[in-house]
Design a protein around this ligand. Sequence first.
Ligand code: PLP
Length: 443
Amino acid sequence: MSNIIYPTTNLKATETLTIERGDGAYVYDNEGNQYLEGLAGLWCTSLGYNNRELIDTAAEQMGKLSYSHMFGGKTHQVGMDLADKLTAMVPVENAKVFFGNSGSDANDSHVKMLRYYFNAIGKPEKFKIIARERSYHGVTVASACLTGLPPNHTNFDLPFDALGILRTDAPHYFRGALPGESEAQFVDRIVNNLEQLILKEGADTIAAFIAEPITGASGVIVPPAGYYEKVQAVLNKYDILFWADEVITGFGRTGNDFGCTTMGIEKPAMMTLAKQLSSAYMPISAAVIRGDMYEAMIEPSTKVGVFGHGYTYSGHPVAAAVSLKTLEIYERDNIFGHAAKVGEYMQKRLGEFRDHPLVGEVRGAGMIGAVEMVSDKNTGAGFDGGAVGTFAMQACQNHGMITRAVAGNSLAFCPPLIVTEAQIDEMVEKLAKALDDTLDFVT
Ligand code: PLP
């Protein structure tokens, strides 16, 4: 056994699979077995593996300038080009971008920039952040506090009270609705809960509301129609900023450029981007904020002497070059259009599992989806613990497909955006076998 402390792993049962190489939508283990990558790594390898253009771009950039930092306003062309390209793409007004290395650190940067901004405009008491139950925003200290999943808090003594994280409902009708409640009634009830929370805490104390437009790690929750429209109306009423965590949903994943577009979220004040920004060829993230928030931070930073936040690898030139090339390929090859078309096909094919005796709900949009397994199809009652999800995930692997069990007993699907309809058929075929194996396991 190696000396690695494995991330997000049961430390008693480590080392499940040794992956050696990847090509297109497939990865191969150290015994040469092929697996269809049903989750694009961790929802990130949009252009698949062994993309020659991205490899050459990285190698060229390493040869030209392998590293340069951005402290003190030192810069490089490829970093500036990426910032221009990115800020022109996002729906954030007059966007400015802070570069980091991961989705988690970008969310931490946002937490800090929110404080900086509200201090700058003379509202230091407006620092609390509303995050949802069952959300996933990362695992660094501040982002883990935003995350609403117990394993990311338990034994870590999180969340810290000082961060002022408030919790509101997950918009999951299947799991959250009261008996007899319609989708519209469910939306009205949870949006009313949000408003009551704001009134109880005081709008003057709340800076922002953070949401993944469609969640990932918490089980691919697609909120019902009308949810975001009503949430935005409440936030606007109380002058609370909308912060879109697009770490998974960014860049074509949901059938449009951003999850905000798919879900009708207009002009978020802040956006978090990572993963598909570089197709995961290099670690990079972007914390995007509205131009006026940046403007407000200028004066106080001048007083201190610097804006005292920055990472060694902020704007890393190789990561920037690879990201720029990734965005160029998205545009040139109409990857978002392809993903929308094949994504529709994927939703249709996954939908066929609604009739499976083990399946309680199939949900998703574009090229992200989940199949939730239940113990009683009529009542929707779930299985206790996560053993069934773990078994089904292993069964998929035995049939040559990688996926992940999320939220206990849902299997998530999020293949590279480049997959073909034939590969979706392959995915569905393997899933059918794995679900049948799982049915044998539970009966
Ligand atoms: N935000 C969302 C929505 C995510 O899904 C993730 C990771 O899966 C993160 C933030 C954290 O990103 P990272 O793992 O790069 O720190």
